[in-house]
Design a protein around this ligand. Sequence first.
Ligand code: SF4
Ligand code: SF4
Length: 235
Amino acid sequence: MGLEDALARELRAWGASIVGFADLPSGARLGGFDKAISIAVRLSDWIIDSIAKGPTPLYYAHYNAVNTLLDQLALRATGILQAEGYGALPIPASMREDELGLRGAYSHKMAATLAGLGWIGKSALLVTYEFGPRVRLATVLTDAPLKGGRPVEESECGDCESCVKACPANAIRGALWRAGKPREELLDAHKCEAWIRANSPFGRLCGICISVCPVGRGVRRGPNGATRAPGPGEA
Ligand code: SF4
Ligand code: SF4
């Protein structure tokens, strides 16, 4: 069994919903690491369905619990990689890129698209093929010689505008993502942040654009019908 399969099997056994591997281009590297493991944990459909009009205390608790699990999964992957003699850098699930001082140099969503887990939606969320945006992410950077998946480089949102219409802040511009497109062209983050500050008593959370996305509501493929070949460890 290859290292990819061993990692994917172990992480899935401990609660990961999707595990993928990415070859990092030079602009996405950090600490000299040129590979990444992208780990997604699926959110509760019931809780996400319940926030179609705004955040709830249950969503806040769930969000924190899933982040804790993701951090544990990243630590387990780090332990496996280091036991094999490789370097590993677990990136916490719970912190934002700017809080880590990594903005522009690294993001969980970028690693996930490079690993082939999904595309960036009009909402600027990662939209996975399997669970839409109803996931949270962690990443482990490493120098282990992992075989990367096939990167996703184009949006599969098509004509869908569910998140654009549902956003109470009018923050989602409606543009289609392609690899390298700045987040600002998709989302007015200041409008989003301002709405959340004014309207959410539950941390820095909203979740409406997660809840309304049709890809997370039983549609297992993009609105354009795109499919992909399974990556390493996903068969
Ligand atoms: S989190 Fe809420 S306010 Fe921000 S873009 Fe999504 S729906 Fe709009
Ligand atoms: S709601 Fe529609 S437009 Fe928005 S991210 Fe999901 S598929 Fe894309």
